[in-house]
Design a protein around this ligand. Structure first.
Ligand code: TYD
Ligand code: MG
Length: 455
């Protein structure tokens, strides 16, 4: 096949240019041009495919369109089905990202093996040889697995195999290793990843094959290269967790076929990933006696409350003290330190402040604020919070403590796990007392600090 000419496509506005330029000639954005294939009929190429990924149809009134719910095929791995919104969808494209070694290949091999009992499956490996995949499957105890394996990185060959094999589900491990002959850039480059993902998505839509793309994440935690990928695919899942601990979370960032608020929780065992059906207590570390700088937070991930220990260490710093956080946004930490100082008179301005959410969970909900601030204050005072203490609540810049959604559920879960003292936003205070739990309802941060000083 003759090599087609490249054009450069702006990732912001979709404008094109015949050669690479630093600035897009159409929208004047900088560094947005990426290499792409120039098709003989460029209009057709994108008209029905990459943008909407569905064939064009006449204009219809919304109420007249038949709204049938999509059929979901459960993967047989409950925690994965939970994040997927029930299972995989024919023709759906799923992107699953995560750090190296976190368990992406392991989970997908397990899922494919389970699916292969009822349908045709194909595992395309670009990172490991067939023998390595086989070795892993034996280690996972998947003997006699019917999963078909192809070790290949060239898109055109993968595409031909898909046409030939017609699997119901295909995993591409990983999209960064795949390259198309049509582009001159190296595998893993933005242009290649984009083009290959778009082509594979087209195949999925056309053939009804569910395609799962494995993606690597960069040091910053974004999927390498293309945010554009997130727009092309139907579902984006992220693996998170500390590779040194055995627990892993799978979180949905986007799901065209379901809700995105669920997380799946797994434990890595020597037999692969096992679902954890009742995960609320797995992110607590086990201290014999309470220690200073530790505060347990009840966070709500999806429909299940999770108890997560927040640890803070405040230590005298140099001329420009450091603020570091793991699992909590650093900007948010800076804001909380300012609020603590301004409204509660707790100053850490000449101190290094380190904050960590135990177990490698990433907490994005603002309801973590109160627990983080109490952990910082506890470390600063060198005095532990009482045994069985929990807190949650968002803290605003004015020092007000705002309610967290579904406070009752959080408190009930904490009580069930034997926690006995709680500081919560006033609006989250339960009307009826919860057995075994003493609740202090506060509406300002200084009140919360006063309460812990008196405990
Ligand atoms: P892997 O699935 O290869 O990660 P990724 O594809 O995301 O890079 O995960 C490999 C890690 O998991 C590796 O460090 C070994 C560990 N592991 C187990 O602990 N138990 C197992 O049964 C398997 C297969 C892997
Ligand atoms: Mg892998």
């Amino acid at each position: 096949m003759a090599k087609e000419k490249s054009i450069y496509l702006c990732t912001e506005c979709g404008g094109t240019s015949a050669k690479w330029l630093g600035q897009c000639p159409s929208c004047e954005a900088w560094n947005t041009l990426v290499e792409s294939v120039a098709d003989a009929t460029p209009k057709n190429r994108y008209a029905t495919t990459t943008r909407g990924l569905i064939a064009s149809q006449p204009v219809t009134t919304l109420s007249e369109i038949e709204a049938s719910d999509v059929d979901r095929q459960p993967t047989g791995i409950d925690e994965l089905d939970r994040v997927l919104g029930g299972g995989i969808v024919a023709g759906g494209v799923v992107l699953i990202g995560g750090d190296p070694g976190i368990g992406k290949s392991t989970l997908l091999l397990q899922a494919l093996d389970s699916l292969s009992r009822g349908m045709k499956t194909l595992y395309v490996t670009g990172e490991e040889s067939g023998a390595q995949v086989a070795l892993r499957s034996r280690r996972l105890g998947l003997n006699g697995s019917q999963v078909r394996v192809l070790a290949e990185i060239q898109l055109e060959k993968i595409s031909a195999t898909l046409d030939q094999e017609q699997p119901a589900v295909c995993v591409i491990d990983s999209i960064q290793t795949v390259y198309s002959d049509q582009l001159s850039s190296a595998p893993g480059s933005v242009a290649q990843v984009r083009e290959c993902a778009a082509q594979l998505t087209r195949i999925a839509k056309r053939s009804g094959t569910t395609i799962v793309l494995v993606g690597h994440v960069t040091k910053e935690g974004a999927l390498a290269g293309p945010r554009v990928l997130e727009h092309i695919v139907d579902t984006v899942l992220y693996f998170e967790g500390d590779t040194h601990s055995s627990f892993r979370l799978v979180r949905a960032i986007k799901n065209r076929f379901g809700a995105v608020n669920e997380i799946g929780v797994f434990a890595m065992t020597e037999k692969g990933l096992k679902g954890v059906a009742n995960p609320s207590a797995i992110f607590l570390s086990t201290h014999g006696d309470p220690v200073a700088g530790s505060c347990v937070l009840v966070t709500l991930e999806g429909t299940r409350p999770l108890l997560v220990e927040i640890q803070a260490l405040v230590d005298s710093g140099g001329p420009s003290p450091r603020r570091l956080s793991v699992g909590i946004e650093r900007d948010r930490l800076a804001m909380m330190l300012a609020v603590l100082h301004r409204h509660a008179g707790v100053s850490a301005s000449d101190q290094d402040v380190f904050v960590n959410a135990v177990g490698g969970v990433r907490i994005s909900e603002p309801a973590a604020d109160l627990a983080v601030m109490l952990a910082i204050q506890s470390s600063l005072r060198g005095k532990a919070l009482p045994r069985g203490f929990i807190a949650f609540g968002e803290v605003g810049l004015a020092g007000e403590v705002r309610p967290a959604p579904r406070g009752q559920e959080r408190l009930k879960e904490a009580a069930k796990l034997g926690f006995s003292v709680a500081i919560v936003p006033k609006a989250n205070a339960p009307k009826k007392p919860i057995e075994g739990l003493t609740i202090h309802a506060v509406d300002r941060i200084e009140q919360a600090i006063d309460v812990v000083r008196g405990l």
